[in-house]
Design a protein around this ligand. Structure first.
Ligand SMILES: [Zn+2]
Length: 222
């Protein structure tokens, strides 16, 4: 099986995401750059039954999102509906090796409310790069959404998708998944803190943010 290890890893992370409750039903998707290739990507198929997902069902696409014909084709599969968003991020960010897109509850609530997550929690700047911005609304699966996501993501590792969910990036699948867990945690903490204190949470001191952003640049490549 071509890219066997990468497809097994995408399968494993997708199931972990589902078991962690970061998506319900067949929502969400996971992808990674195919190792040793600059133009191939491995991505979960559309309409996933997570409890039955196997590495063979993880598809391989090129930069245009076209499905590669595989010898081990056993399933009638289509790549994830959100493939254009993943490919847009890979094209804009050579440092990104993997992407996790979830509909986790607290992050999605903020995405629905169009409420960015400001840099008020120490660890979020080190691992996510700073504010988690909200990408302007565009319909699912569209090139417009891909452009909006790339724009709002900037050099950071997490972005909210208006009325939809959240997308995180990482050097590899492990990091992209950890960031998906972290952004959900931070979304919950910041939302609860806002209920306690009201709007206008105290930001981290500017010099701390700057130091942590420098750490972010180092940590994300490790
Ligand atoms: Zn989605």
């Amino acid at each position: 099986m071509i890219y066997a290890e990468a497809r097994a890893q995408v399968c494993e992370v997708a199931i972990r995401m589902w078991k962690a409750g970061l998506v319900v039903g067949s929502a969400g998707n996971v992808s990674a750059r195919a190792p040793g290739s600059s133009e191939h990507f491995v991505i979960t198929p559309s309409s996933i039954a997570y409890d039955e997902l196997t590495p063979e069902q993880v598809v391989v696409v090129d930069e245009e999102g076209d499905l590669l014909e595989l010898d081990d084709e056993e399933f009638d599969r289509a790549p994830s509906f959100e493939t254009p968003v993943h490919l847009g991020v890979y094209a804009a960010r050579p440092d990104v090796g993997a992407i996790v897109h979830t509909h986790s509850k607290w992050a999605s609530a903020r995405a629905v409310a169009r409420a960015p997550i400001p840099p008020v929690v120490d660890e979020m700047v080190v691992y996510l790069g700073g504010t988690v911005e909200v990408a302007s609304y565009a319909s699912s699966g569209s090139e417009e959404l891909a452009a909006a996501v790339v724009d709002a993501l900037g050099p950071r590792s997490a972005v909210l998708l208006s009325a939809h969910g959240v997308l995180t990036t990482g050097k590899d699948l492990k990091k992209a998944f950890k960031n998906a867990e972290l952004v959900e945690h931070v979304a919950q903490v910041v939302t609860l803190a806002t209920q306690i204190r009201g709007a206008g949470l105290p930001l981290l001191p500017r010099e701390v943010i700057e130091a942590e952003q420098q750490m972010y640049e180092i940590v994300k490549g490790m």
